[in-house]
Ligand binder design. Structure first.
Ligand code: 6PG
Length: 230
């Protein structure tokens, strides 16, 4: 894992956008590039920077590392947020939503489309945030999806929020060539220190840290204050 501390959330967003753009630019070699994007305000700031230069994105397939189980135009939808910021330049694969579909059916359908997308090669990049409860994507503490194996995308009932979510599994995230985790703000300082330094910590983000072969953790100074001086 490579940890970089930036002065503030703006510098973090600038550098994270550069990292995503560098992967997207590989599409200009003719290779199909697959990038999974998370929801949340920290990732959203990065997408705003990323939107400044969308050249060469024709060969990039974008998808969502997680989604809320809401209508596509709902204010809480991650897909709506990404499309509003990145526009139609980003060919964004979104889960299907309908009142005649269950979250599980939608996750299974989306999983099939992602398995097709990744038939020849794993995801090139998965971008993630971290909640102050240690969740990442929609892998929340004490939820069913944490124990799922053999799947790449599942529905997940989050009791703490009283909502259904759709989420990439640990297996799909671990398969990615690169994982980028963005953490900013003082509310994340304690949970981040626990996730990085407490061997007993059972936060989902710690599982991603442990299972990802090529992970870059980009944080700001506010999120770094509780880290021991290593
Ligand atoms: C979601 C996200 C979630 C998010 C973190 C960080 O759908 O909410 O995918 O995992 O990335 O909660 O969000 P903030 O950066 O807003 O704290």
């Amino acid at each position: 894992m490579e940890l970089t501390v930036y002065s503030d959330a703006d510098e973090l967003a600038d550098q994270a956008a550069r990292a995503v753009a560098a992967v997207a630019a590989e599409a200009m070699t003719g290779r199909r590039i697959s990038i999974g994007l998370a929801g949340g305000s920290t990732p959203a700031l990065t997408y705003q920077r990323l939107a400044h230069d969308r050249s060469g994105w024709e060969g990039v397939e974008w998808w969502l590392s997680d989604e809320r189980w809401v209508a596509p135009d709902h204010p809480d939808s991650n897909g709506r947020m990404v499309e509003e910021i990145l526009g139609t330049s980003a060919r964004l694969h979104r889960p299907r939503y309908s009142e005649f579909l269950t979250a599980a059916d939608s996750a299974a359908h989306y999983e099939a489309s992602l398995r097709h997308l990744h038939a020849a090669a794993p995801p090139d990049l998965v971008l993630l945030g971290m909640g102050s409860d240690g969740h990442t994507a929609s892998l929340f503490p004490n939820t069913h999806a944490l124990d799922v194996t053999g799947r790449h995308y599942v529905s997940n009932w989050v009791e703490a929020l009283g909502v259904w979510r759709l989420t990439a599994t640990f297996d799909l995230i671990a398969a990615a060539r690169q994982v980028l985790v963005l953490v900013a703000g003082d509310s994340k300082a304690e949970p981040l220190a626990r996730a990085l330094e407490d061997p007993e910590c059972d936060y989902p983000i710690r599982t991603v840290f442990e299972r990802s072969a090529n992970l870059r953790l980009l944080i700001d100074r506010a999120a770094a204050v509780s880290l021991s001086d290593r």
